[in-house]
Design a protein around this ligand. Structure first.
Ligand code: AVI
Length: 316
């Protein structure tokens, strides 16, 4: 049986630098925990559950765009690229492209490596003729592709509007790195578009409270990394829509005066105090085009739904 190859020694995630990043965020005046810490093994599963929640429209709309425009997308991408999946998760979205673009090889990258291992092994069993590679990587800081991956034009696949979880300046840095690493290939990108508040509110504070569980789980994820003692029941999920910055903001709000301690350090939270956990930027067609242009992409094709909720973009 063909096995995917895990590239263990590339851009290794250093546990102590993750711990330091968490500590710095917790001790900042506006406490914050970076969104990548949402994705421990349970968080990755909770995110998958979110994608099934009817109110969370991005996944459904993106999937229907990728299905409806499958042939046009495949024609734009070209046959047999090296397919690089950023934030691959369960690898299912990329797998749907296999038939139409027939990748020469597939590299799945994710922060949550254990979850990725399971998904990639299953996928390799289904597609034994496609060489598959996996890397556990924190590409929110830097993105480099290891030398063992063929240096021919690469198609980066970055679906789900995960680009929206970066500040615009960080998104530009990442897109520039993708542009450099594509070696003349391109980027197939999913981007969520700005829309009415009530649609966003329902998507990020769903009635089943799956998003609330996903957000609260970050505290358990932090407890496991820095050996802290967050009591999840002392916090609740809060969503704010920031019109000025064109983004949805996720927070955890202290339900009572509480404190967290770890290794001789402590942070006290007053009732009502917030921990910032995620930004989800929403773009317009014009603003995402500008961002892509500034990042070195000039040939841009866009597919969108009639309500203009979401855009799938191929940029070169
Ligand atoms: C992964 N990312 C694009 C999701 C989003 O919509 O920003 C994460 C998420 N947060 C809450 N719900 C989903």
């Amino acid at each position: 049986m063909q096995k995917p190859i895990f590239l263990e020694n590339h851009q290794i995630i250093q546990p102590h630098s993750l711990a330091l990043e968490i500590e710095t965020g917790l001790l900042a005046e506006q406490a914050a925990i970076a969104p990548k810490f949402l994705y421990d093994a349970l968080g990755a599963h909770l995110f998958t559950a979110i994608t099934f929640v009817p109110e969370y429209y991005p996944t459904a709309v993106e999937t229907s765009l990728l299905t409806q425009y499958k042939s046009e997308i495949a024609a734009a991408v070209g046959k047999n690229p090296v397919l690089i999946d950023l934030g691959a998760g369960d690898c299912k979205k990329a797998a749907r492209l296999f038939e139409s673009i027939q990748p020469a090889s597939y590299l799945a990258i994710d922060f949550s490596v254990e979850y990725l291992k399971d998904s990639l092994e299953k996928l390799q069993n289904q597609y034994s003729d496609i060489p598959m590679y996996g890397i556990g990587m924190d590409f929110s800081k830097t993105l480099t592709i290891p030398d063992s991956i063929t240096r021919s034009p690469r198609t980066f696949f970055y679906p789900g509007s995960s680009i929206g979880n970066f500040l615009p300046a960080e998104a530009e840095t990442l897109l520039k790195q993708i542009n450099r690493e594509a070696l003349g290939g391109g980027l197939l990108l999913g981007v969520d578009l700005m829309k009415a508040d009530h649609v966003l509110q329902a998507a990020y504070d769903d009635p089943l409270k799956i998003t609330a569980a996903f957000n609260l789980n970050i505290l358990r994820s932090v407890n496991a990394i820095i050996d802290s003692n967050f009591d999840v029941s002392h916090f609740c999920h809060k969503v704010l829509i920031n019109h000025l910055k064109e983004r949805v903001e996720l927070y955890l709000e202290a339900r009572l005066d509480t404190a967290v301690s770890w290794h001789g350090k402590q942070r006290v939270f007053k009732k009502g105090e917030l921990i910032h956990t995620e930004n989800s930027h929403k773009y317009s067609i014009a603003s995402i085009q500008h961002l892509l242009n500034r990042s070195g992409f000039h040939a841009i094709k866009i597919w969108t739904d009639p309500q203009q909720y979401f855009a799938v973009i191929y940029a070169q």
